[in-house]
Design a protein around this ligand. Structure first.
Ligand code: BTN
Length: 244
């Protein structure tokens, strides 16, 4: 897959722009849109994604994973999480993944992922992998939760586009692995970085708090938590990890 870059000073959202190009059949697999600023950056759910102009990495990459069934979307989210962690590690950060795909460093969010798929005939016809990675921003007034950046973690400035370049290359390597059916490697690399894995942690679900142990994540992306001798299965939004 050839990585093709499109750079913009300002967009509404890199995910949105890539979706438009894909709809108009103007985008090939491996196309990456990167922008200095988003006027309407999208976060998970109904959240927005704020990022100061020129300070951070805002990118979206297009993949055509028709080899994956719609029910296996989590493979892509896992792949992107691992690729981000690998890049951060190469730059001296020790990230963890907070299920399903928040990337934290020292308990603060350093990167967020928004994956959007097109489904056709039961398979994933296209995937837009949107990544917001905090690079040089030092203050995060808009964030409701603690946030950090590469600069805060490493005391060094980095060029967002260089970080993006490394990241796109790691995504391609991991994507080929997935395509070749080597999802076990990806699973191990994801679980090895998963916050709370095999540790007694505090959760909240259905209005109650309880202690449990994360045992893994199902192929469908559900969190598997051992509690009271049972293995419970939670979908995104059904459980909150309060303390690991
Ligand atoms: C999250 O809420 O954690 C996900 C944030 C994803 C933000 C990125 S920034 C680049 C891409 N374009 C968007 O509009 N959102 C994603």
């Amino acid at each position: 897959m050839e990585i093709r870059w499109i750079r913009h000073d300002k967009v509404t959202s890199t995910n949105l722009l890539l979706a438009e190009l894909q709809m108009q059949r103007k985008a090939k697999e491996g196309m990456v849109i990167i922008a200095d600023y988003q006027e309407g950056g999208k976060g998970q759910g109904s959240n927005s994604w704020h990022s100061r102009k020129g300070e951070n990495l805002l990118m979206s990459m297009l993949l055509f994973p028709a080899f994956l069934s719609a029910s296996h979307q989590f493979h892509l989210s896992r792949l992107v999480s691992v690729a981000i962690c690998e890049v951060l590690e190469s730059l001296g950060v020790r990230p963890v993944v907070k299920w399903p795909n928040d990337i934290l460093a020292n308990w603060a969010k350093i990167a967020g992922i928004l994956i959007e798929h097109g489904i056709s005939g039961g398979s994933i016809s296209h995937t837009i992998a949107g990544i917001g990675l905090n690079v040089n921003q030092k203050e995060f007034p808009e964030f409701p939760h603690a946030a950090t950046s590469l600069l805060l973690e490493t005391a060094r400035h980095h060029l967002p586009r260089d970080v993006g370049d490394q990241l796109a290359k790691r995504i391609v390597v991991r994507y080929h692995e997935l395509k070749e059916g080597r999802e076990n490697e990806l699973e191990q690399d994801y679980l090895g970085r998963l916050l709370g894995m095999e540790e007694a942690s505090l959760f909240e679900a259905g209005g109650t708090s309880f202690e449990g142990i994360i045992k893994g994540v199902s192929p469908y992306g559900e969190l598997l938590v051992e509690h009271g001798g049972k293995l419970l299965c939670y979908r995104h939004g059904e459980i909150i990890l309060k303390k690991a």
